[in-house]
Ligand binder design. Structure first.
Ligand code: ZN
Length: 396
């Protein structure tokens, strides 16, 4: 936490003579190349780091915007490299040396909504109304398995979306999180609700089915959940756990969470014996620390959902037998429990009653958005500010 305060002191003390530049992480750029390019010490900022921190540096993705703060001589004072929407790498100069620390990204969350009348496809309608490809994608993906937009949709059919949007210094960032979606087709309303258990259900309380299996290891206990950032109370530092750990006995079979093509089946550093499977729609799953691969499991081979691909072990950097399971979408780690669903499950008893209450309040909101024709708040275009600049402005 000390460094965290230091960041703000540094900001206020160096800000007047400094300059902040915003850059885009290039396709294929690696963290080490980035350090060398900027004449930053690779030893202090990479080779001397622990394995977890080194692994974090691999999370930088093309297209991500990062910031470099330089003093008046052009020397780098600070660098902020966002790893996901929760955690960033903070590189800063202290006396004559450079330090590395992962720190949280501060943001606020707003719930927003809009309604629209179908122009042609829902995808086109939402794009036209909001300009947001992400919202259009989320909407169509939500109903993909249950509705047939092609045949059943008519012009002027209404749709509503309620979602959560993250803001960082007044700017939209990260994927919106869908809370409710509704579309009326042939006078019938279809809904998807985000329940308190963080899973999606239709209006009858049936879970919306996904394409993956819930558990790549049957009957295993989850020993560590997914988190984009968590504070390690013993090491006093910020880390991320970009997968789910399933504790199981050595040798327990591991199955493919979805059908796809094996694109990696070999050893890989701290992952140990690792299998990567590429699925449709840009999804990829990873299975790490395996004792061994199943015979015939190799790069280039196609596997079916539920097919055994290997066995639980503790190879690589692991403290005991478990499967470290990751789900990635276009390279980015996402929470498997958000996407991965078991065969359709219906809410029962107390959980169902709670869902009905939640649904009631959402339905009221949807009705009001429909009658008031809720408008999407158009996003302001990116202004070349970041919080370092913001400080300068405030200081004046
Ligand atoms: Zn793990």
């Amino acid at each position: 936490m000390i460094q965290f305060f230091l960041l703000f002191t540094l900001l206020t003390t160096t800000i007047f003579a400094s300059k902040v530049d915003r850059h885009r992480w290039e396709n294929g750029e690696s963290y080490l190349v980035f350090l060398e390019k900027n004449k930053l010490p690779t030893k202090a900022l990479y080779y001397n780091l622990d394995k977890d921190d080194q692994r974090l540096t691999e999370e930088m993705r093309a297209g991500i915007h990062y910031q470099i703060l330089r003093n008046k001589n052009g020397t780098i004072e600070q660098v902020l490299l966002p790893l996901n929407d929760e955690l960033q790498i903070h590189i800063y100069k202290e006396k004559e040396s450079y330090k590395f620390e992962p720190i949280p990204i501060i943001y606020t969350t707003k719930t927003e909504a809009f309604s629209a009348k179908i122009v042609s496809s829902p995808n086109y309608t939402i794009m036209k109304k909001t300009g947001s490809k992400k919202l259009a994608q989320i909407f169509t993906a939500s109903f993909r398995n249950s509705l047939n937009f092609k045949n059943d949709i008519r012009k002027d059919d209404p749709l509503v979306m309620i979602f959560e949007q993250k803001y960082r210094l007044g700017e939209v960032f990260s994927m919106p999180k869908l809370k409710v979606a509704m579309i009326e087709m042939r006078h019938k309303k279809h809904y998807i609700y985000l329940n308190d258990d963080e899973r999606y259900y239709d209006e009858k309380g049936h879970e919306v089915e996904g394409f993956l299996l819930a558990r790549p290891v049957r009957g295993a206990r989850i020993s560590s959940y997914f988190s984009k950032r968590r504070y390690h109370p013993v090491l006093h530092k910020w880390k991320a756990h970009l997968g789910i750990d399933y504790a199981a006995r050595r040798g327990t079979p591991i199955v493919a969470a979805g059908s796809g093509k094996i694109i990696y089946a070999s050893r890989m550093g701290t992952y140990g014996n690792l299998v990567k499977i590429r699925h449709s729609d840009g999804y990829e799953t990873r299975y790490a620390h395996m004792k061994s691969f199943r015979r015939g499991i190799r790069k280039g081979k196609y596997v079916k959902k539920g097919q055994v691909i290997g066995y639980v072990g503790t190879t690589g950097r692991s403290t005991g037998p478990h499967l470290h399971f990751e789900l990635r979408k276009r390279g980015r780690a996402i929470n498997p429990l958000r996407v991965v669903q078991v065969t359709t499950k219906k809410l029962k008893g107390k959980n169902y009653r709670a869902f009905v209450q939640l649904k009631k309040s959402y339905d009221k909101e949807i009705a009001s958005h429909l009658t008031h024709n809720a408008e999407y708040k158009k996003q302001t275009k990116f202004q070349n500010i970041c919080f370092l600049h913001r400080e300068t402005k405030d200081a004046k």
